[in-house]
Design a protein around this ligand. Structure first.
Ligand SMILES: [Fe+2]
Ligand SMILES: [Fe+2]
Length: 247
């Protein structure tokens, strides 16, 4: 059987995917979630492909990364819950109908089915790259146009993120997420929301043979590697209140 080498261009032109992506965005906007539209799909598509490129995968795998990132959230058209799993099934069927080799479609659907932190496990480079790309997307532009709500932790955190980027250091084999947060929120609030996702990123990077570093406002917060550079002696005005020492 002759299969087609489906590209992101083909996927973007496909009527079924067009309808799915449009609906995933409007459904989540109605529910008050952060932006899940074209900007998020575009970000994840580019980042997934770039991670695979930096890691030295071939051009076809990079194209599969582009496609997977673009369609990874289509399961949201059914329900937010288990949208990775439903999205994997939806995507597989449309891709095969478009003429893609089922082996490629299965790899894509497996990555989509494993992109949520509650059920996802990285078992292929494509799945690991998608996890890193998706979970690194937190930014003020994701606060829904409906309005910023200062009582909503997601809005506070996302609004405070001025810069957000992922770095691959091939030499040191490090994948680093760098965030610059401003005053509407703080790293502690970021972690309240994103900790399970950051743990997923650590596992994804490990699967790829890399170390994941999370750097917020210039501080590496998930490793001890640079602890020696930090002065841990107490200042005269400080008292440690968690130790059991007596006067
Ligand atoms: Fe998702
Ligand atoms: Fe996503």
């Amino acid at each position: 059987m002759e299969y087609k080498l489906i590209t992101l261009k083909d996927v973007k032109a496909n009527e079924e995917f067009k309808a799915l992506i449009e609906r995933q965005s409007s459904y989540l906007e109605e529910l008050g979630y952060t932006e899940h539209g074209l900007r998020h799909s575009g970000y994840v598509s580019v980042a997934t492909a770039n991670i695979l490129k930096e890691l030295g995968y071939d051009s076809r795998m990079i194209e599969l990364g582009r496609i997977t990132g673009w369609i990874h959230d289509v399961g949201n058209t059914l329900n937010r819950k288990y949208h990775g799993l439903t999205g994997g099934v939806l995507a597989y069927n449309v891709l095969v109908r478009m003429g893609m080799d089922p082996k490629e479609a299965i790899m894509i659907s497996n990555a989509i089915g494993n992109h949520e932190e509650n059920v996802g496990v990285a078992s292929t480079p494509l799945a690991a790259a998608l996890q890193l790309a998706d979970k690194s997307d937190a930014h003020r532009s994701r606060v829904n146009k409906g309005g910023y709500d200062e009582h909503d932790i997601h809005d506070r955190v996302n609004m405070s993120i001025r810069k957000n980027y992922l770095v691959v250091d091939k030499e040191k084999q490090i994948i680093r997420l760098v965030l610059i947060m401003k005053a509407t929120s703080a790293p502690m609030e970021y972690l309240q929301i994103y900790l399970p996702r950051m743990v997923m990123c650590e596992k994804a990077a490990t699967f790829l043979g890399y170390t994941f570093e999370l750097v917020i406002n210039g501080v590496l917060i998930n490793h001890h590697r640079r602890a020696s550079a930090v002065n841990i002696k107490l200042r005269s005005s400080e008292t440690e209140v968690t130790s059991d020492t007596e006067d």
